[in-house]
Design a protein around this ligand. Structure first.
Ligand code: SER
Length: 316
C-alpha cells in the first residue's frame, strides 16, 4: 500500500539515504524531507520535496504534519553519544523534545512514528555477549538515557493512545553518503575515508572494543520492513535489537589492510568514547526481530568493506 512519509532530521547520515530508499518504494512525491539547516535543505530540495523545520518548534511542526498528512513520521533528530556527553542538557532537550513533538502530532493527526533507538540503551550491567532483546537497560550516557526514555515513551503512546510506534536499536551504521557526527561508532566510517585518501588513521576507540555494526543498505531495509510489518505479529515495538556484524577496530583494520596493504592505523584513545564503547554490547541477539518481522541482514564485514572502498574511491 502506498504511504506518505515525513522524515524529520532528514539531512543526517541515515536520513539522506532513507529519503531515496523510501522514494524508490512509495514514489518520489510521497516522501517529505524535513531538515533544520537551511544549506542542507537547499541541497536536499534538488532531489526531494523538502521543508525547513525545527522539530522543537511544535507549531511549525504541526503545520507541516497538517499540510502533508503523513502516514508515518520518521523521527531521526538526534544528538549522538559522544557529542551528548559534551552538553547533556542540550542532548536531552533535542532528543526528547523532537520525540515528544513527533508522538503528540502523531496522536493528533493519527499517523505512525518510527524512531531509531540504539545499542546505546545498554550499559555496564547488561550482558555484553548475545545481549538479549529484553534485559537490563541502565545506560550511563545521556544519549542512552534519552533512548531508553524514548523507547518507554513510544510504548506508552502505543498502549495509552494507540499510536503505531515502532523502532529498532541500531548499531553503528556504516555508509559512504553523509558522514555521521559525534557517535562512538563513527570510527568505523572515518577509517575508510583515511584509507582511500592514503592517510593513516588515528583510532579513538581501543583495538579490542567489539561493537555491533551494520551497512547502510541493511539499515534502510530495517526501516522499510518494520513499517510494513504485520502489526499482529509484533510482540515488541520499542525497540528491536538488530545487528548485521560485530567487530573491533583491530579486526576492521586487518580487513582494510588486506585490500590496501600500505594502510596504517595508530591509536589515540578518547577516554569518553572508550568508556562508552566498553559499556555497550559486544554483540546483540536479534532473534525477536527475525521472528516478528523477518529481519535478515545481507552485508557482512568483507562485502561491506569492498563496497565502501569502491564508492569512496569514486567519491574522494
Ligand atoms: N552510532 C551511535 C553512536 O555511536 C550509536 O547509536 O552514538
Amino acid at each position: 500500500m502506498s504511504k506518505t512519509i515525513l522524515i524529520v532530521g532528514a539531512g543526517g547520515q541515515i536520513g539522506t539515504e532513507l529519503v531515496s530508499h523510501l522514494q524508490s518504494i512509495y514514489g518520489e512525491d510521497r516522501v517529505i524531507a524535513a531538515e533544520l539547516r537551511p544549506k542542507v535543505c537547499k541541497r536536499m530540495s534538488e532531489k526531494a520535496r523538502t521543508v525547513c523545520l525545527n522539530a522543537l518548534d511544535r507549531d511549525a511542526y504541526a503545520e507541516v504534519v497538517r499540510k502533508y498528512k503523513p502516514d508515518w513520521i520518521f523521527n531521526l533528530v538526534a544528538v549522538l553519544s559522544a557529542t551528548g556527553e559534551n552538553n547533556p542538557q542540550t542532548a536531552w532537550h533535542v532528543n526528547m523534545g523532537a520525540l515528544l513533538n513527533s508522538l503528540e502530532l502523531a496522536r493528533e493527526f493519527q499517523c505512525g512514528v518510527f524512531t531509531p533507538s540504539s545499542i546505546g540503551v545498554f550499559g555496564k550491567d547488561t550482558p555484553p555477549d548475545g545481549t538479549p532483546q529484553d534485559t537490563i537497560m541502565r545506560p550511563n550516557t545521556i544519549y542512552g538515557i534519552c533512548k531508553v526514555s524514548g523507547e518507554l515513551l513510544s510504548d506508552y503512546y502505543f498502549s495509552r493512545f494507540g499510536v503505531d510506534t515502532r523502532s529498532v536499536r541500531f548499531p553503528g551504521i556504516i555508509s559512504h553518503g553523509t558522514l555521521p557526527g559525534g557517535g562512538t561508532t563513527d570510527y568505523a566510517v572515518e577509517i575508510f575515508y583515511a584509507a582511500v585518501r592514503g592517510e593513516s588513521f588515528i583510532c579513538p576507540v581501543p583495538h579490542n572494543a567489539y561493537m555491533d555494526m551494520m551497512y547502510m543498505p541493511d539499515a534502510l531495509k530495517a526501516c522499510s520492513s518494520l513499517i510494513e510489518a504485520d502489526p499482529a505479529r509484533l510482540i515488541h515495538r520499542n525497540s528491536f535489537n538488530v545487528t548485521a556484524m560485530s567487530f573491533c577496530p583491530g579486526e576492521l583494520y586487518e580487513v582494510i589492510k588486506r585490500r590496501i596493504p600500505s594502510f596504517k592505523m595508530e591509536y589515540r584513545i578518547d577516554p569518553v568514547k572508550e568508556a562508552i564503547a566498553s559499556s555497550w554490547p559486544n554483540y546483540m541477539d536479534d532473534s525477536c526481530a527475525r521472528a516478528e518481522w523477518g529481519w535478515n541482514p545481507t552485508w557482512d564485514i568483507d562485502a561491506m568493506a569492498d563496497d565502501m572502498l569502491k564508492h569512496l574511491r569514486m567519491k574522494l
